[in-house]
Design a binder for this molecule. Structure first.
Ligand code: A2P
Length: 315
């Protein structure tokens, strides 16, 4: 499996297993099956509510001798209600306890959005801290503390615009990864070029369009990636699945990609996408699908009176 190499020579496998929406009761089995067939990169987050089950599954799979800790790349993410500098390492220690690990490979600020400590999902304007009240530089200092204390090897961000990355101007450690929504309908070329120039890796989330999102997060008449005729025609030409075309598109652009599945056949299918080779013409045809469409548009942070707006969020 191809990987992305960091300054200290650590390597992140380019294709990982996404665990957002992987239900408790199924996620542990999916993680074990994934590791059994060759996945070595698992993408987690405290807010997904399934880290304890993933931790149990990882512990079991390591006890069998199938993999060692240093052969796995484990990412997790800091939730919005723990952005105060001193809260960051407390949140990471909870994640490590749930995952039954001593350290993470990568810890990300999940969103450039802060809420009060007691608020998991904001329902009203008062639930938020503005970024003036809770500056991202403070949160980032907490992330740096985690590296210094050996709780994580690498740190990065998620859902950050270029402007927000640039706002981390007091950083001693530069963000090494930005995990954002990326697929042929949202190609984010400017971000891709910016990150290449600044040695930041991109990880593509929702690469298949996250069709299993809660209905409340879906717009009417959303475009389907898996049924797009260009994607389907390329898949037919290769005798492969549409999902594999989408995943290989991400890999060929040099981004890592974290499709979620809890189904053994689709786990294998997704892993196998790494072996596909798309031609320049196919990449060019996929490039034409850009339409600036977000499946995860961040509207849940922009209720009336909220200090956050979509323009401010995405830049
Ligand atoms: P399942 O878990 O039943 O396999 P994303 O990674 O963009 O969030 O998309 C996840 C959604 O895509 C889930 O509904 C998942 O269902 C489905 N999915 C995962 N892999 C494939 C695949 N190879 N083909 C079709 N659907 C897939």
């Amino acid at each position: 499996m191809q990987s992305l190499s960091f300054n200290n020579n650590d390597k992140m496998p380019i294709l990982g297993l996404g665990t957002w929406k992987a239900d408790p009761g199924g996620v542990g089995k999916a993680v074990q099956e994934a590791v059994r067939i060759g996945y070595r990169h698992i993408d987690c987050a405290a807010i997904y509510g399934n880290e304890a089950e993933i931790g149990k599954a990882l512990e079991e799979v390591m006890q069998t001798g199938l993999v060692k800790r240093d052969e796995l790349w484990i990412t997790s993410k800091l939730w919005n209600n723990a952005h105060a500098r001193e809260e960051v390492s407390i949140a990471l220690k909870k994640t490590l306890a749930d995952l039954r690990l001593d350290y993470l490979d990568l810890y990300l600020i999940h969103w450039p959005v802060a809420t009060r400590p007691e608020v998991i999902f904001p329902r009203k304007a008062d639930d938020f801290f503005s970024l003036a009240e809770m500056p991202l530089n403070e949160t980032w200092a907490g992330m740096e503390d985690c590296v210094e204390n050996g709780l994580t090897k690498h740190i990065g961000v998620s859902n950050f615009s270029i402007k927000k990355i640039e706002e981390l101007n007091s950083a001693k450690i530069r963000p090494e990864v930005n995990q954002i929504e990326l697929h042929p309908y949202l190609q984010q070329e400017e971000m891709l070029n910016y990150c290449k120039k600044h040695n930041i890796y991109l990880t593509a989330y929702s690469p298949l369009g996250s069709g299993d999102r809660p209905e409340a997060m879906k717009a009417a008449n959303e475009p389907s990636l898996l049924e797009n005729s260009t994607v389907v025609n390329i898949a037919q030409a290769h005798g492969c699945k549409a999902a594999q075309v989408l995943l290989k598109w991400a890999i060929q652009r040099g981004t890592s990609v974290i499709p979620k599945s809890t189904n053994p056949d689709r786990l294998a299918e997704n892993l196998d996408a790494a072996n596909l080779k798309l031609s320049n013409q196919e990449m060019a045809d996929l490039a034409k699908l850009e339409r600036g469409f977000r499946y995860v548009n961040g509207e849940f942070w922009t209720m009336e009176g909220s200090p956050y707006t979509l323009t401010e969020l995405w830049g």
